[in-house]
Each structure stands twice: as structure tokens, then as C-alpha cells.
Design a protein around this ligand. Structure first.
Ligand code: HAM
Length: 432
């Protein structure tokens, strides 16, 4: 291809790093996943919402947090012709909250349950399970401060992930407490680690200054060792009410038989969380093992200009889930079948073929038509390759007699069928 392009003087193009072409063979499993998401979300009473692919840059700065990796290093931001700074959405919670406020959804119902499915953009270093454009689905419940709502969201996330990856998933939870307790904790954390800042790498030393909670996401073993030795843990420093809330979330999960681990170092990479945070990981994945993440974000709606509204939600990565699911889910997804390959030989049949195919399609029969004017032999080979259940052959002699030959590809049996009766005959054949 490249040679041909070079010879003809034209340029050839490749996908942008970190993006993917989702080819036809991969679509059935995506469709099955989308159907599963719609069905399960519907059973929990969540309704779908779709928001624009880009939003104002400030929306993400104010919600995800100006000192987070996502906002600092990973956003695809650009100025439009009017000089306004826009960003391709790196996550969907903030856009959903923006849409909830702008469309007054909170006025319709005291509790709003929404779900979504869409593509996100983060300029991360691409690797297995990590892309720059990737799919996510998720749910947000806006309105309830109570632990039963956290439990519902976690159970929903767990059920959906398990529908795709039945084995090898783990659920980890933590509580980050309320924002006031968090401020006190952050001061404590800084104080405990400041004497050891010199032993940290540049990036972690900067995190200690700007966003010390993020230190718990570090991949640097030296910082990890420092944290193990000196860092107080947030869930040991939250208020009694926050402890009660967390206890009730755990009890709710116990009563549903959902196993979890309390991971005291789970902080998550976005700033809007308060109280419960959780992650679902897959043992089948490597370094990027989180298939789903979420938590409570009681301050975000007010931060984005709305009335104080407690909320909790989750989002799961589509590529990572499919990667963790492996072949089993791919095989469970049905490849779309073809009913008829219509082989035609000669000018008369070729002219007749489109209206014949049209009549069959009107009866719900799927038809693939020869448009390459190949020999009958080549067309029959193509019919075999196409996986069609039947091949319909129409030559000049048959057309003159008003019939065609119908070949059953499973047993090779052939019969002549009148052209007038063909569509009805097929509707019957395929229904039986
Ligand atoms: P998040 O942890 O940033 O949370 O993303 C959720 C999931 O998206 C991850 O667990 C992962 O499966 C997938 N993901 C993230 N980045 C990538 C990437 N570069 N390539 C492939 N998959 C990726 C959020 O986005 C929050 N909005 C979740 C939430 C909803 N919290 C409350 N409500």
C-alpha cells in the first residue's frame, strides 16, 4: 500500500496513536455488550442520556480537578474559531451533571437515575488496555445521600461487569470521608511526609505539594515504601458519620452476598469524590487492571453551580472489559447471518437482480447481490465464503422460463422456484 502510494505520489494515512479501528468482526460482541448494558440498566430503573463529545474546558478543570493527571496532562483541549477553550470529554460524570442542571432534571424527580455509553479521550501513554480514545459506560444517581444508594450503584456495576467477565473480578472499596475531614487529613499527610520529600522523585515531590492524595497512585516503589511507613490513611481519619455511612455500605453489600476488600489506599484519580470510592479489577489484565471505578461525589453538583445534591456513580471501560472477557464473550455474540446470496449470469438476470433482491428484503430476507460480474464458478465460491444459507441462481434460460434455482447450502439440495413466488417462499422457508 505504502509503495503504491509513494509511486503515485499520494500520501497514505495511519490511525492516530492510541486510537482503534473497530472492525466488523469485533462489532457483534460490542452490540451484545450494549444490549446487556441497556437491559441491566433498565432493570434497575436507569434511563439513558447522551451528551456532546466536547464541552468547555473549564467544566473539567472545576470538576475533575486542576491538579489531577487527567486535567494537567491528558486533556485534548483546543480553541475554537471564536477563541473559546473546548475539550474532548475525558470522562462523563461532569458532562452528565452539567446536562442534569442545564435541563432541570432534578425538578422532575427527587432522585434522578441516568446511564450512558460513549467514547472518551485522554492523552495517556498507550499500552494494552489503555487507549487515547476509548469506550465507557456508566451510571449516575443524583439526589440520595444514603448508603443504600451507594450499594445500588456498586451492585449495578458489579452485575454488569460480571455479565461480561464472570470470573476473576475483585471489588475494592474505601471511604474518603467528607471534604472538611479531608482538609484536616491532607494537612496531616503533608506534615507526615514533608521530612521525606527529598527521597521522592520529582513527580511525587510535586504531588506532595499540589495534591498529596494522588501520592497513593504512585508507581514509584520508593514512594510506596515511604507511604507504607509514614503516611496516615484517610479512612482512619474520617468522621463518625462517615464511618457509619461506610459501615452501612459494607453491610448492604454483605446482605447481597457481594464480596469486597477494604483497600485503605484506594483514593482514585479524580478530585470530586467524597465518602465511598470503589474499583473493580480483573486478574486477567496486566498493569491496567481496573475495569470499573466509581464513588460518591456529594459536592460536585453545587461546585458546578447547582443546588447541594448528593450523588454517586460509576463508569467501566469497554475495551478493558472485553479484553478481560476473552474469547467466551466474543463467541457468545452472534455474527449476523446472511440468508441469500443472489448469483446472476447474463445481462437480463443482472438487470432483474436488484428488484428481486428488493422483494426478498421486503419480506425480511437478507440478500447479498453480485455486482462484480464474475463467472458463475467465482460467484458460487463467493456464496460459500459469505456463509449464506441459500444461493439463488438466475441465468438467461431461467429468466426466460420465469424461474430461478434455489440451492440449500447446508445439504446442497437444489430446487426450481417460480420468480413470482420466490419472496413468499423464502419468508416461509426462513420462518420454519
Ligand atoms: P475512571 O476511573 O477515570 O473513572 O475511569 C473508569 C474506567 O474507564 C476505568 O476503570 C477503565 O476501565 C476505563 N479507562 C480509563 N482510562 C482509560 C484509557 N485510557 N483506556 C481505556 N480505558 C480506560 C471515571 O471516569 C469516573 N467518571 C467514574 C465515575 C462515574 N465516578 C462517579 N461516577
Amino acid at each position: 500500500m505504502a509503495d503504491r502510494a509513494a509511486k503515485s505520489g499520494t500520501q497514505s494515512f495511519s490511525r492516530i496513536k492510541g486510537t482503534q479501528d473497530i472492525l466488523p468482526a469485533d462489532m457483534p460482541q460490542r452490540h451484545l455488550l450494549e444490549e446487556t448494558i441497556g437491559a441491566v440498566m433498565g432493570r434497575y430503573g436507569y434511563r439513558e442520556i447522551r451528551t456532546p463529545v466536547f464541552e468547555s474546558t473549564e467544566l473539567f478543570q472545576r470538576s475533575v480537578g486542576a491538579a489531577t493527571d487527567i486535567v494537567n496532562k491528558e486533556m485534548y483541549s483546543f480553541e475554537d474559531q471564536g477563541g473559546k477553550s473546548l475539550t474532548l470529554r475525558p470522562e462523563l460524570t461532569a458532562p452528565v451533571v452539567r446536562a442534569y442542571l442545564q435541563n432541570n432534571l432534578g425538578k422532575e424527580l427527587p432522585l434522578t437515575r441516568l446511564y450512558y455509553l460513549g467514547d472518551l479521550f485522554r492523552q495517556e501513554r498507550p499500552q494494552k488496555g489503555r487507549h487515547r480514545q476509548f469506550g465507557q459506560f456508566g451510571a449516575e444517581a443524583l439526589g440520595s445521600p444514603y448508603p443504600e444508594q451507594d450499594v445500588e450503584i456498586i451492585a449495578l456495576a458489579w452485575e454488569l461487569c460480571r455479565a461480561v467477565v464472570p470470573e476473576g473480578l475483585d471489588l475494592r472499596l474505601n471511604s474518603l470521608g467528607n471534604p472538611e475531614a479531608r482538609q484536616a487529613y491532607l494537612a496531616l499527610l503533608k506534615q507526615a511526609l514533608a521530612p521525606h520529600a527529598a527521597a521522592m522523585g520529582d513527580r511525587d515531590r510535586q504531588r506532595l505539594e499540589t495534591n498529596p492524595l494522588r501520592l497513593f497512585d504512585t508507581k514509584d516503589p520508593d514512594t510506596q515504601a515511604l507511604l507504607d511507613e509514614y503516611a496516615p490513611l484517610i479512612s482512619d481519619n474520617i468522621s463518625d458519620e462517615d464511618q457509619d455511612h461506610f459501615g452501612a455500605v459494607k453491610a448492604g453489600l454483605d446482605s447481597l452476598g457481594i464480596a469486597y476488600e477494604h483497600d485503605k489506599k484506594l483514593v482514585r484519580g479524580l478530585d470530586y469524590y467524597s465518602r465511598t470510592t470503589f474499583e473493580i479489577t480483573s486478574a486477567a489484565l496486566g498493569a491496567q487492571d481496573a475495569v470499573c471505578g466509581g464513588g460518591r461525589y456529594d459536592g460536585l453538583v453545587a461546585e458546578l453551580g447547582g443546588p447541594a445534591t448528593p450523588a454517586v456513580g460509576f463508569a467501566a471501560g469497554i475495551e478493558r472489559l472485553l479484553l478481560a472477557a476473552g474469547e467466551a464473550f466474543r463467541l457468545a455474540a452472534e455474527q449476523p447471518g446472511l440468508d441469500v446470496y443472489l448469483a446472476v449470469i447474463g445481462d437480463g438476470p443482472r438487470a432483474k437482480a436488484p428488484s428481486m433482491a428488493g422483494a426478498l428484503r421486503e419480506q425480511g430476507v437478507s440478500v447479498m447481490l453480485e455486482t462484480l460480474r464474475r463467472s458463475l464458478k467465482a460467484q458460487l465460491r463467493e456464496a460459500n465464503r459469505s456463509g449464506a444459507r441459500y444461493t439463488v441462481i438466475l441465468g438467461e434460460d431461467e429468466l426466460a422460463k420465469g424461474v430461478c434455482t434455489v440451492k440449500d447450502m447446508a445439504d446442497g439440495g437444489q430446487q426450481e422456484v417460480g420468480l413470482e413466488a420466490l419472496a413468499v417462499r423464502f419468508a416461509e422457508l426462513l420462518a420454519s
